[in-house]
Design a protein around this ligand. Structure first.
Ligand code: DGY
Length: 314
């Protein structure tokens, strides 16, 4: 085995602790530092065996193709919608990511958004800060406990959200491509049927072409004027224009969103509405989880260069 450090290409910025750990173990080059990334790749692409990116940034497949000696991609995050995993694998490149370690925090935040959307926590906070309590009453809100929770995407995160719901005495149903074996929750055959049944509809399905705009005007109308929607998955799953219409006409009661179609851009029409809680894609952003994700990025690389396995393979 060669003793020279492995050359690693970094796409975008990572948290400082991860960048420091990568720099200690690999010869890291940041593509973002290049004035002309394409020219850099044409001249130096063949030098890199490893690539680090994140779910938020992903990597264009043209970049992967410009790295003929690339053996492994290690991505910070669970979402794979911005990485062409099949094409990378076809090129002989292994793809690692960081599921499991972020599941609890994303589920916690989904519940936080659900409660905030229904009970108006953020709005009530703004009300107190404005000094409005002295002159008026904060409007009544909507009860959460005992209600019906629909989950679109009963994977790792969806199932963890469902477990949180039992503490709120909620009834849970879900929809997926097919029923999940061994779960007691009711299966609805379509997203439309699930929306019709739900008081709260939580989106936990993966992003990408197969889920693009599945939450459309029809689904939102089925959720109805008492219904709330929460999205901790990908903005692309919801037709954002249809959601803005539904919220502004109060044909749904409210929404809690951690993700948007064109992040970090959030449409002004959405920002102007008072029946939506808006977060800057922070579901996994706790100190503990982000450190665990960074550790998994490093563990995937270490494992790959030890024996060509990954701790978490996509
Ligand atoms: C993830 O890990 O996919 C988070 O949504 C961050 O993009």
């Amino acid at each position: 085995m060669s003793s020279s450090p492995i050359r690693l290409l970094q796409i975008g910025r990572q948290m400082p602790a991860l960048e420091a750990a990568l720099a200690a173990q690999y010869q890291v080059h940041r593509l973002a530092d290049e004035a002309d990334p394409q020219a850099f790749l044409a001249a130096h692409g063949a030098e890199f065996e490893a690539l680090v990116t994140s779910a938020a940034i992903g990597v264009e497949h043209a970049v992967v193709q410009a790295l003929p000696r690339l053996r492994v991609i290690s991505s910070f995050g669970v979402g794979l919608d911005k990485i062409d995993v099949a094409a990378a694998k076809a090129q002989g490149v292994a793809v690692g990511y960081t599921p499991e370690v972020l599941t609890d925090c994303v589920a916690d935040l989904a519940f936080g958004l659900l409660i905030d959307a229904a009970r108006g926590l953020s709005a009530a906070d703004r009300f107190v800060r404005r000094g409005d309590w002295e002159s008026s009453k904060f409007p009544m809100s909507t009860r959460v406990s005992g209600k019906k929770l629909g989950i679109f995407g009963l994977g790792r995160i969806g199932s963890t959200i469902a477990r949180r719901a039992s503490g709120f005495d909620m009834t849970v149903r879900y929809t997926n491509r097919r029923p999940v074996e061994g779960v007691a929750y009711g299966f609805e055959p379509s997203l439309l049927a699930l929306a019709r049944w739900s008081d709260f509809l939580v989106i936990a399905a993966a992003g990408g072409p197969s889920t693009q705009h599945l939450v459309n005007a029809e689904v939102l109308s089925a959720l109805g004027p008492q219904g709330f929607i929460v999205n901790v998955a990908r903005g692309s799953v919801i037709d954002e224009a249809a959601l803005i219409q539904a919220l502004s006409h109060r044909s749904i009661a409210g929404a809690g969103l951690d993700v948007f179609e064109d992040e970090p851009h959030v449409p002004a029409a959405l920002r102007a509405l008072d029946n939506v809680v808006l977060l800057p894609h922070v579901a996994s952003a706790t100190h503990e989880t982000r450190q665990a994700m960074a550790d998994r990025v490093l563990a995937n690389l270490a494992s790959f260069f030890r024996d060509q396995t990954l701790v978490s393979a996509a």
